[in-house]
Design a protein around this ligand. Structure first.
Ligand code: NAP
Length: 248
């Protein structure tokens, strides 16, 4: 049995990631901070024939993370795949420019998008180390890439915002550092770029489906042993941009 824990699995890309991993025969542990929404999401996949379980987990609440790890330990004894998918944008303060951004917003976004990932990863690592060859996926974004965002001729030049993009850049370094720590182990950790997908995160303005957005996470979660570690991988902005490794 292959077990996969997905944070923020009650909707959007996280839900579709759980659905796609379940379709490959995995047991999906669908983590959500809202019990009703999480249970409903797991019930939906169960009705489709999936081995799905709801796990109560708020990535900003260390007690809930510890309880989730204890439950997985008692039920399964190990964990094969961790997808750190949960994230928030924090919304816009004023015109959304760095000079208008409230520190409280920045802290709130980092609590979820950066510190939450570290907290969940560290809590789950003992279980991941017990798996034969675990995979960790940190769901990042194209807006994390300094090379892409700082290209004056590129489509991201108009983006001037602080909390969400910088949190995802920090997440990339978090990914790189875990990759180095885990370099001589069977565990691989990579960052995924889902592309611009229609979800609640962006008021459904994206031009890809959440199911498409789940594909990079599924790809990185199922890498063979000679696959990469410590990379940012997924969709470029549009189909012409391709699908592959992105610059940090
Ligand atoms: N959509 C895009 O175009 C796009 C592009 C690039 C990257 N991404 C990334 O893709 C991932 C999934 O985003 P999405 O588009 O699917 O957004 P979404 O529909 O807003 O889903 C976000 C999920 O994260 C959960 N979440 C937020 N804070 C949490 C917390 N403290 N603890 C546990 N769960 C929490 C949400 O739970 P609630 O329902 O309780 O709020 C929800 O399940 C994110 O990492 C996002 O940054 C998305």
């Amino acid at each position: 049995m292959t077990t996969a824990l997905i944070t923020g699995a009650n909707k959007g890309i996280g839900f579709e990631t759980a659905r796609q991993l379940a379709a490959r025969g995995m047991t999906v542990l669908m983590a959500a901070r809202d019990k009703d929404l999480g249970q409903a999401a797991a019930d939906t996949l169960k009705a489709e024939g999936a081995q799905a379980h709801f796990v109560h987990l708020d990535v900003t609440d260390e007690d809930s993370i510890a309880r989730a790890a204890e439950w997985i330990d008692s039920e399964f004894g190990s964990l094969d795949i961790l997808i750190n998918n949960a994230a928030i944008t924090g919304g816009l303060d004023g015109d959304g420019k760095p000079s208008s951004t409230a520190l409280a917003t920045l802290r709130r976004v980092y609590e979820t998008n950066v510190f939450g990932v570290v907290a969940v990863t560290n809590a789950m690592l003992p279980l991941l180390r017990r798996a034969e060859a675990a995979r960790i996926v940190n769901v990042s974004s194209e807006v994390s890439s300094l090379e892409i965002v700082m290209n004056p001729d590129g489509h991201m030049w108009q983006l001037v915002g602080l909390p969400y993009p910088s949190s995802k850049t920090a997440l990339n370094m978090v990914t790189a550092m875990y990759a180095k720590e885990l370099w001589n182990t069977p565990i691989k950790i990579n960052a995924a770029n889902p592309g611009y997908c229609a979800t609640d995160l962006n008021h459904n303005s994206g031009f890809r489906t959440p199911a498409e957005g789940a594909e990079p996470s599924v790809h990185l979660a199922t890498l063979p042993q000679d696959g990469p570690s410590g990379e940012l991988w997924g969709y470029q902005w549009d189909s012409a941009g391709g699908y592959g490794r992105l610059p940090w």
